[in-house]
Design a protein around this ligand. Structure first.
Ligand code: ZN
Length: 269
């Protein structure tokens, strides 16, 4: 039996992409043991859950889902949404909104989004996963629950790695345990990586930040949650109780990193 470790993009794609892509991903996952991590769960919260919160807040402001979706790419709407409308979040808002449009009635759309924000996001995330989730980073990124404020809008969850040195955080220790791989990343020859597609700009950033950790800079903050997050996911996958391939729809980031780190990446073409 095959075993797969799911990246955040796959976790989102298996429920939220359009029909064709969703079914393709589900076909690829079927029959495999599926693993994931607390770290991926936090990343999922920071994208999918945050997008659901933004969409909900726009919906109750405009009382119309189609309008809320149109307004979500308007920077002036960011204040109404109560979250930072980055391109990534906007994309997720459209994906969630696409499925919410199935419910014709405003009240039902509102209710479904409330369910999604309160607990359905977690049920979807956990679907068919082996437990317990891997947790090698102990990261506190995107911790906390989403609460509705007095105005009826949801307060955003905190999505940065702000707790610099919480006693339980193991991200520094994580890189200590993976010193060899950290050095591989810091010294990688990007041109010699054969994987395609390959995002050389992103790889250069990974390389730079890996070097900075080796030079003693903090591994917390954006170096944890953004710059080295894909590499962290590749390495966490090696802590599963069986050998896994990392499954990510983000091929241009994961294929080259998996090649560098000696991890198998899926899907193949
Ligand atoms: Zn962190």
């Amino acid at each position: 039996m095959k075993a797969l470790f799911l990246d955040t993009t796959t976790q989102i794609a298996r429920h939220w992409h359009g029909d064709t892509e969703r079914e393709e991903i589900r076909r690829q996952l079927k029959g495999s043991n599926l693993y994931c991590s607390v770290y991926v769960k936090r990343q999922y919260k920071a994208t999918l859950l945050l997008a659901a919160i933004g969409l909900y807040n726009l919906l109750i402001r405009f009382n119309d889902l189609a309008r809320a979706l149109r307004e979500s790419d308007n920077y002036r709407s960011a204040q109404i949404a109560g979250i930072r409308l980055t391109q990534n979040v906007q994309k997720r808002i459209q994906q969630v909104g696409h499925w919410m449009l199935e419910y014709r009635d405003y009240e039902e759309q509102k209710l479904r989004l409330e369910d999604l924000i309160e607990d359905v996001w977690e049920e979807l995330f956990n679907e068919a996963l082996e437990t317990p989730l891997i947790d090698e980073t102990g990261c506190h990124y995107a911790e906390g629950v989403s609460e509705m404020g007095a105005s009826g809008a949801y307060n955003p969850i905190e999505v940065s790695c702000t707790l610099r040195e919480p006693p339980e955080c193991k991200i520094q220790e994580f890189w200590g345990n993976h010193r060899i791989q950290l050095e591989l990343l810091a010294n990688m020859d990007i041109n010699s990586i054969e994987a395609e597609p390959k995002d050389t700009y992103e790889l250069q950033k990974v390389k730079d930040h890996a070097k900075q950790i080796i030079q003693g800079k903090s591994s917390h903050g954006q170096r944890c949650t953004v710059h080295l997050s894909d590499a962290i996911i590749c390495l966490e996958s090696t802590h599963c109780p069986e050998t896994v391939a990392v499954h990510s729809t983000n091929k241009k980031h994961f294929r080259p990193l998996c090649e560098m780190l000696g991890v198998v990446s899926e899907p193949k073409d």
